[in-house]
Design a protein around this ligand. Sequence first.
Ligand code: SF4
Length: 481
Amino acid sequence: MSAGQPGQPYVYTRRELVEPDWRRLPGFAGVTEAEWADAQWQRVNCAKNIRQLRGVYGDLLDDSFYADIDADQQQRATMSILLPPQMLNTMVPHEVPTTSAMLADPVRRYMLPVFSDRATDWPSHPYATRDSLHEHEMWTAEGLTHRYPTKVLAELLPTCPQYCGHCTRMDLVGNSTPQVSKLKFELKPVDRQAAMLDYLRRNPGVRDVVVSGGDVANMPFKNLEVFLDGLLELDSIRDIRLATKALMGMPQHWLKPDVVEGMARLAATAQRRGVSLAIHTHVNAAQQVTPLVAQAAKTMLEVGVRDVRNQGVLLKGVNTTSEALLDLCFALADEASILPYYFYMCDMIPNAEHWRISVAQAQDLQHSIMGYLPGFATPRIVCDVPYVGKRWVHQLAEYDRERGISYWTKNYRAGLEARQPGAAAQDDLDRRYEYYDPIQSLPASGQQWWARHTAADHARAMQDGHDRAAASAAAAEALIS
Ligand code: SF4
């Protein structure tokens, strides 16, 4: 550790990464270095339920903690439990966990939610929706969201090696929970991928593909390579970004010899063709950046991946202080060669209000982290506005702070909108789109307004959403058929 300069609101201190000792957890006490480094061992030993969590923690945690998890799974959870040993080992990382330490831990707060974490007065915002970004409405082939003019999101699969409690794609990703039946893909993976490639072939204006899911680490590598080779054959594609939280949650996957060799092949092809092949990961807390994570990121860079970038999510109780964000950014940039790229505001999915912060708080956070990191490594804090897309949090057009409603505009049409008749498409550019702060963050007068207006406003929003969804679905059908 090296000391920083005192007298600043944030004091930079370089901290050496340390892999937490998994042997402090009773269930992993006898696990060898070789087993820990083995991706297959990590997958087999994931915790998927309370019985398996008890197997890891033994008698360290009170029954009340497990009852709290169980109540959450039954009544609130939008994601099921799936925690690789590597992820569990980053909770309460350098001491023997106790119930109170686990309850206070930032990684536990978002990867293993408990019922008592959730807000009681407004657990969900009245306008929260399952597919809060309306990605499904913008599918131009199954799993292919064309929201921006020149880029698409390709959801190749609906699973991940780990499930995050706040997952934006809770509509599609993961196993159903008692509260949420997941949407299912209908096409076989090979047909879905063929349809995506076909769309991209017919639409050379798309130059950038985010290859996601789910998490591409759950795709057999040879299948992922076939799809990526297909993308690399298209002259129009100039940027490919692979989305994988597993770089942090299961770095062992990205260190497997077959994966390293395969990525070297793909990176060589990408370089030959002048395509930027990058990895985007998702780390939300500095304690999750361990030597194994750094090794996985650096290995990907060594084999020729152009960049490894982090897209975190702002989550209250996890990282919504300037100190937590800067500690994370410095750990990523200095120790793991991962570029801090974005922090997203948590999307408006059901039961997420205890994690969300207001746009005003996000603006304050952006201000507070400026000037410490190099400009290129200073993350932008963005709001993913429904039907608009990412906007820097200072880009809003108008803001009603009392009711927590921000208004945003857009300067492009989604892929489908661009094909709609002129007048309808023009309306989209003239329109203002709304985003809502968590009601708990509002002054008393704003909270009272929501208590009075919820039912009527909810009905109006549902009708608006229904109308837009119907128009979008009709346009998609016309295009696909
Ligand atoms: S890794 Fe990404 S897609 Fe998977 S559960 Fe977490 S947030 Fe969702």
